[in-house]
Each structure stands twice: as structure tokens, then as C-alpha cells.
Design a protein around this ligand. Structure first.
Ligand SMILES: Nc1ncnc2c1ncn2[C@@H]1O[C@H](COP(=O)(O)OP(=O)(O)OP(=O)(O)O)[C@@H](O)[C@H]1O
Ligand SMILES: [Mg+2]
Length: 506
């Protein structure tokens, strides 16, 4: 395999020493004089609100962004990386928050992209297949077809390709920027296993995550960031979830989930019966009432996203009926569904949700444009107000709303992806993994907004792989397995966690 074969034990115990790191994006000070010390072989967490500067810091360490000021020592030597390949020479790799898989290339090509032997073009395909198998075997990462086209993979598998790429380079330090956000429970466990074995081999890991339980479980050291500054660095063992939240937000959160309503007597907004699609969905039937948040649970690949897409007219179906507010409808396209008052916030904001090069404002008004006067630019005052309201309610942290969406931090992009569907208040909001990559404070505010919308009479259909979220937010839950709805859960959902999990594995 590539690169850094020998790891002299006389390497300094401090792997990276950064002092006074500065980064400015126009008027935004993303990092202000950050000091950070990474010990060799430790798993070092970076936590903080959306926009705190975690990704910027990670990218600077990995050479994909250059700092404006400060000093960075790697293995005791001063470095000034201009591009990722500079950092790669020092054995530093990054698994980016916004996935960087080449969508038209195969899994194999993606994994060995930029690897030493791939660059020389001297290694046979067969050798690469063998190396691939060895990697997958060593880290227990089975189930990926090396010949598959990366763009066809679901998000979680693309994430695994990125992880394999960093592993293939035998990196000495890997920056993992929210690596577990798109993964299922089992895949998260797998990745934790990978991290443990990397650590045992002496690899240092910088681990960015909004899952504080995971941070507490898997990391040795944690650095809390806020507004581009380091708040503190401590031994993970000395922190608790509450102490981290307090450090990140500057306040504590007493309850993340809003109170549920007791009774649901609203009219049925969506009634689905016998929805089927060859190999994907089998006889799926359910209802969502006005004022209700209904959760769809199940493993990744169980048909949850496919159900939303079928209802929304994004995918054709072989059989089944859909009624909206009691009227049978046929959705041949999302435009049909939108006319009937449906909205869908998709799972992957990058490929389906947002136009990265367009402004924040344009992205938010986009779904509404179809219904706006010719020319499309004239917006009613009410709409402009609504946009301002959404930005405020969701706590979207931005410079100017005319800046491109790509300049926002990952979590703030997610909030824009949600806001854009709320300008025209839909009758039914379908939302797929709404808080992926969102900090815990913002999660709480997204939950509050969703609950408030339901209280105003909106029907909400939620897909979430985070069990805590699914059970904490929903009024009622259906669990899917292999394309079927296997069970419905009502009542006190939080006490039924085990049963929900069992159903998911049915
Ligand atoms: N390419 C860019 N152009 C302009 N501003 C940027 C760019 N990248 C990041 N920023 C800004 O820098 C700040 C820090 O962003 P960063 O992505 O580092 O945050 P983060 O802590 O990783 O947040 P998240 O948890 O949402 O991923 C934010 O205010 C963000 O909008
Ligand atoms: Mg980030």
C-alpha cells in the first residue's frame, strides 16, 4: 500500500502544534487566533455550534484551505500547506464534511485516487482490487462493490468510500469531519471499530461531530470551539454532555424536544394505500393527519426515502393510491405534488437540495418562484418577511443573504435546505433526516419550528435514522423493513426503543 510505511518511534509525541491560527472569509472571521495541540495517536474531538470554525480548522490542517496567519508545526517542523497534496506528503488526510467522491468514477478509482501507486500508473487493476479487498477485510468494511459507480451509491456508502480513501493512503493523521452523520447505527459501530484500530496503530485522529454521546465515547481529548475561538481543551473523561453543551452554546439546554400534543383529531391530510414499486416498496399504506408529526423508522435502505419520493412524484410507482385531504391524486412529478400542497426536504442537500453557487436568498425563494408573477423576481412583502422570519427562527448564521450558499457552514446549509420549503406553507411537509450535521442548539430550534408548524395544522412526515430524534419528535411512528411497513407505534414512544429497533431488523 501507499506511502508512509515505517513509523519511527522517535517521532515527537506532539503530532501537530498550531498557534494563533487566523482565517478570514471576506468580513467573516472564521478563526481567531486558535491554538491547538494534537498528540500522536490520540483521538481529538472538535465540537462547537454550526459555524464555529471546526471544518475551517480541519481543512487548514489538511491543506485544503490556507491560513491567513499563525504557525503550524507537524512533527516539530513548521509547515505551510498550499494544497491537500502538500499535507498528504506528511501523511495527513481529510474526510470532508461535504463528500468529495468523484461521482462518475468507480468505487475502486475513488478509493485509490491520488494514492502513490495510482499516480505512477504502474500498478495493475488486479493489484488495486487485491488492495481493496485487503483494506475492506482489515477494517471490516464489507458490502461495497469496487466496480460500482460512486455517484449511484447512497450517501452512507459514499461516506465509506471516503473513509477507505484515507485508509488506503496509510495516513498518520486523519481529519474526520462529521464522518458518522450519514451512517446507520451499525455503520457507526463499524467506524468506531476502525477508529480504535487506527489508534492502536498510532494514527492520530481529529474527529468533528455533533453527536456528543459519540464524542464522549470514542475520543481522548476534546476541544470546544465557539465563534472562531478555542474555548477550552480537556480530557474527554472530564467532560459531560451538559458541560460540552454549555461550552458550545454558552447556555444549557434543559429539553431538546418540544412537548408533544396529547390528542390528534385533525383531518387526514395524506392517505397512502398499497404503494408498490418493483424491488423497492411493497404494499405500503399509512396516514398522516393535520397537526401530527409521523415518523418513518427503519434501517438505511428499508424504503423510507423511497416512500417519500414516491408520494412526492419523484419516482414512479407500479401500484397504489394516494389521497391528499380526501381527494385521490396522481403525482407524475414533484411539480404536481407541490401544487397539491406537498413539500419534500431531501436527505442530500448537496445533490438534491441546494444550488451551491446561488445565493442564500435565491435558494430559499426557489420553490416559491413557480407561483410568483412573471419575471419571477417580484416577491410580495409577505414572502420577504417570511424569509427573514425563517432565517431568524432557524438561527441561520450568515453574513449577507446575498452570499452564495456554499459560503455557509455545513449545518447552516442544512437549515437553508429546510427554510426553502417553508416559505409557502405546505399542507404536508416530508422531511428526510432533518438535522444531519446540525448542532445541538440548532437541532432544538428545528424541532421547535417543526412542532410549531404542526400545531398550526401542518402534517409532517419525518424520516430519521437517529432513534432519539425519531422517538423524541414524532407523535406516531411506522417502522419499515425491506420495503414494507412492518409495525406502527403509538403512545409513549420513548419507552419503546427496543421494540422499534427489533421491528427495524424484521
Ligand atoms: N468558503 C467560504 N467562504 C466564505 N465563508 C466561509 C467559507 N467557509 C466557511 N465560511 C464561514 O466561516 C465560518 C466557519 O465555518 P466552518 O465551516 O468552519 O464552521 P463549522 O464549525 O464547521 O460549522 P458546521 O458545524 O455547521 O459544519 C462560518 O461563518 C462560515 O460561514
Ligand atoms: Mg463543518
Amino acid at each position: 500500500m501507499d506511502a508512509v510505511q515505517d513509523r519511527p518511534s522517535d517521532r515527537p509525541s506532539v503530532h501537530i502544534e498550531a498557534t494563533g491560527v487566523e482565517k478570514r472569509y471576506g468580513g467573516v472571521r472564521a478563526l481567531r487566533g486558535v491554538d491547538l495541540s494534537i498528540r500522536r495517536g490520540e483521538v481529538h474531538a472538535l465540537v462547537g455550534e454550526n459555524g464555529a470554525g471546526k471544518s475551517t480548522l480541519g481543512k487548514i490542517l489538511a491543506g485544503s484551505v490556507s491560513a491567513d496567519g499563525g504557525r503550524i508545526l507537524v512533527n516539530g517542523r513548521p509547515v505551510r500547506y498550499r494544497r491537500p497534496s502538500d499535507a498528504r506528503k506528511d501523511g495527513i488526510a481529510i474526510i470532508d464534511q461535504e463528500l468529495a467522491t468523484l461521482s462518475h468514477r468507480t468505487v475502486l478509482e475513488n478509493v485509490f485516487l491520488g494514492s502513490h501507486h495510482a499516480r505512477l500508473g504502474m500498478v495493475s487493476r488486479r493489484q488495486q482490487f487485491e488492495d481493496f479487498d485487503r483494506l475492506v477485510e482489515e477494517y471490516g468494511f464489507s458490502g461495497l462493490d469496487p466496480r460500482a459507480i460512486a455517484g449511484d451509491l447512497r450517501v452512507a456508502d459514499q461516506q465509506r468510500v471516503e473513509i477507505l480513501r484515507a485508509l488506503a493512503r496509510s495516513s498518520e493523521l486523519i481529519v474526520m469531519d462529521e464522518p458518522t452523520a450519514p451512517l446507520s447505527r451499525r455503520e457507526v459501530e463499524q467506524l468506531h471499530g476502525v477508529i480504535r484500530s487506527l489508534k492502536a496503530q498510532g494514527t492520530s485522529i481529529v474527529f468533528v461531530s455533533h453527536f456528543l454521546d459519540e464524542v464522549l465515547e470514542i475520543t481522548d481529548t476534546v476541544t470546544v470551539m465557539k465563534d472562531g475561538q478555542r474555548v477550552r481543551t480537556s480530557a474527554t473523561a472530564d467532560e459531560t454532555k451538559d458541560s460540552l453543551v454549555l461550552g458550545m452554546l454558552g447556555r444549557s439546554l434543559d429539553s431538546v424536544f418540544p412537548e408533544k400534543r396529547v390528542a390528534h383529531t385533525g383531518d387526514t391530510v395524506l392517505a397512502v394505500e398499497g404503494l408498490s414499486r418493483q424491488g423497492v416498496l411493497k404494499d405500503v399504506g399509512f396516514t398522516v393527519r393535520a397537526g401530527e408529526i409521523v415518523g418513518l423508522g427503519g434501517l438505511v435502505g428499508s424504503g423510507r426515502t423511497e416512500t417519500l419520493r414516491a408520494v412526492f412524484g419523484a419516482d414512479a410507482v407500479d401500484a397504489g393510491t394516494i389521497a391528499v385531504a380526501g381527494k385521490p391524486v396522481t403525482h407524475r412529478s414533484p411539480a404536481d405534488a407541490m401544487k397539491n400542497g406537498l413539500a419534500l426536504v431531501p436527505e442530500s442537500r448537496k445533490s438534491q437540495g441546494l444550488l451551491m453557487g446561488r445565493s442564500i436568498h435565491e435558494n430559499i425563494v426557489l420553490p416559491a418562484l413557480g407561483r410568483i408573477s412573471p419575471g419571477g423576481i417580484i416577491r410580495s412583502r409577505r414572502e420577504s418577511q417570511r424569509i427573514e422570519e425563517m432565517i431568524r427562527e432557524l438561527g441561520i448564521k450568515l453574513g449577507r443573504s446575498t452570499d452564495p450558499v456554499s459560503t455557509l457552514s455545513g449545518g447552516n446549509q442544512q437549515k437553508v435546505a429546510i427554510a426553502k420549503w417553508l416559505v409557502d406553507v405546505p399542507r404536508l411537509l416530508m422531511i428526510d433526516e432533518p438535522t444531519r450535521g446540525v448542532d445541538i442548539g440548532a437541532k432544538a430550534s428545528i424541532y421547535k419550528v417543526l412542532r410549531a408548524l404542526a400545531d398550526e395544522g401542518m402534517a409532517i412526515l419525518l424520516v430519521s435514522s437517529e432513534l432519539e430524534e425519531l422517538l423524541g419528535l414524532s407523535d406516531r411512528v411506522y417502522v419499515m423493513s425491506r420495503g414494507r411497513l412492518v409495525e406502527e407505534f403509538t403512545g409513549d414512544l420513548e419507552s419503546q426503543e427496543e421494540a422499534v429497533l427489533t421491528a427495524a431488523f424484521a
